[in-house]
Design a protein around this ligand. Structure first.
Ligand code: BDP
Length: 337
């Protein structure tokens, strides 16, 4: 059924091609109408979702409606693990996912998943906009086990801890709290090194887990904390900013290989534009989300540089365990000023 959706309606495409003055001599592929199925865990209006929908409109305009994107937002197709699996088999074409769950698939990407690897969000954005960003997308595309094509990066700000038990005023307050992390051993180890009790769990299960007390808290950027309504069940938010993880837009390799070269180039072009457009949407949404949660009475705590340093020092065991294999790349990341 999914396959039918992707390459279906070729009759309509042919009619459209002919109406557009094209001759029937063109390769069949170039005339096929394609609805690219896209998905995201976030709801409509979220910066990543909006950016992909805008990409779809551009594709429609550029191809006279032959190529379009149908968005399945808000975990309609499952959590990120399921999204990746569906993209890998070509059951959907475009998935917007965090680099977090991609690390176990393409190990090099894990460098972006290391705690405090970026100085701040502008540093991360500079890295993904530059040669390292391009290389990492190429590595993802070239990796046979990914079965995905890396299209572009998106901004997801910095992740900070929230919980339902107590304000985290210093690293000591994390002790013993059960904190949900994304499914990647680096994150569980990071939370454990910070003194909490890291628990890997899908984003799709998190709201319930917070509500029922299966976990005491989680960590995320302000837009996810707000739009996922987690602030309603975990009201203490502390700006630990321990992870700055870019998002990634991937295309199913199985589907990509069925596209004409021109369509591939067009999708690559609108993706590059989406990288910059999403960033503007992101900054606006981040400010709005902060505003919303503060107005709802959330206590947002920040740290002095000295207090922050305690968090950075505490993750040394994580760097000792995973960092050495990425040493050369980490150096190049640090050299980006
Ligand atoms: C959000 C990311 C989303 C992740 C989610 C998570 O945008 O891709 O699934 O975090 O924590 O910030 O799982």
């Amino acid at each position: 059924m999914n396959r039918r959706k992707f390459i279906g309606q070729s009759g309509a495409g042919l009619a459209l091609g002919l109406a557009g003055g094209l001759t029937a001599g063109l390769p069949a592929l170039a005339q096929q109408k394609m609805v690219l199925k896209a998905t995201d865990v976030h709801p409509l209006g979220y910066p990543t979702v909006e950016a992909v929908e805008r990409m779809g409109k551009k594709l429609e305009t550029a191809t006279g409606g032959r190529l379009s994107i149908q968005m399945y937002p808000a975990m309609q197709l499952g959590g990120e693990k399921e999204m990746i699996e569906q993209a890998q088999v070509g059951a959907l074409q475009i998935a917007r996912i965090s680099v977090g769950p991609m690390g176990p698939i393409v190990d090099e990407l894990n460098v972006f998943n290391m705690p405090f690897v970026f100085r701040d969000v502008p540093h991360m954005n500079k890295v993904i906009d530059g040669p390292i960003g391009t290389e990492m997308l190429d590595k993802l595309t070239a990796s046979p086990q990914s079965k995905l094509v890396g299209l572009c990066w998106m901004d997801a700000g910095a992740r900070s801890v929230y919980n339902s038990k107590k304000p985290i005023k210093s690293i000591d307050d994390l002790k013993g709290l059960k904190i949900r992390m994304m499914g990647n051993p680096i994150f569980v180890d990071t939370m454990n090194a910070l003194g909490g009790n890291g628990i890997a769990m899908g984003f799709d299960q998190l709201y319930n887990a917070l509500q029922t007390g299966v976990v005491d808290g989680a960590e995320n950027n302000p837009p996810s904390y707000e739009s996922g309504k987690h602030f309603q069940v975990a009201k203490y938010y502390s700006l630990t900013e321990h992870l700055i993880i870019p998002e990634i837009l991937v295309f199913s390799r199985a589907s990509w290989d069925k596209l004409s070269k021109d369509d591939q180039a067009l999708i690559a072009k609108v993706s590059k534009e989406a990288q910059q457009e999403q960033r503007k949407l992101w900054m606006e949404r981040e400010a709005q989300s902060m505003d919303t949660v503060k107005k709802a009475g959330i206590e947002v705590l920040s740290f002095t540089p000295d207090q922050k340093k305690r968090f950075q020092d505490a993750v040394k065991p994580v760097w000792d365990k995973y960092g050495s294999k990425y040493a050369a790349l980490v150096q190049r990341i640090q050299d980006v000023k």
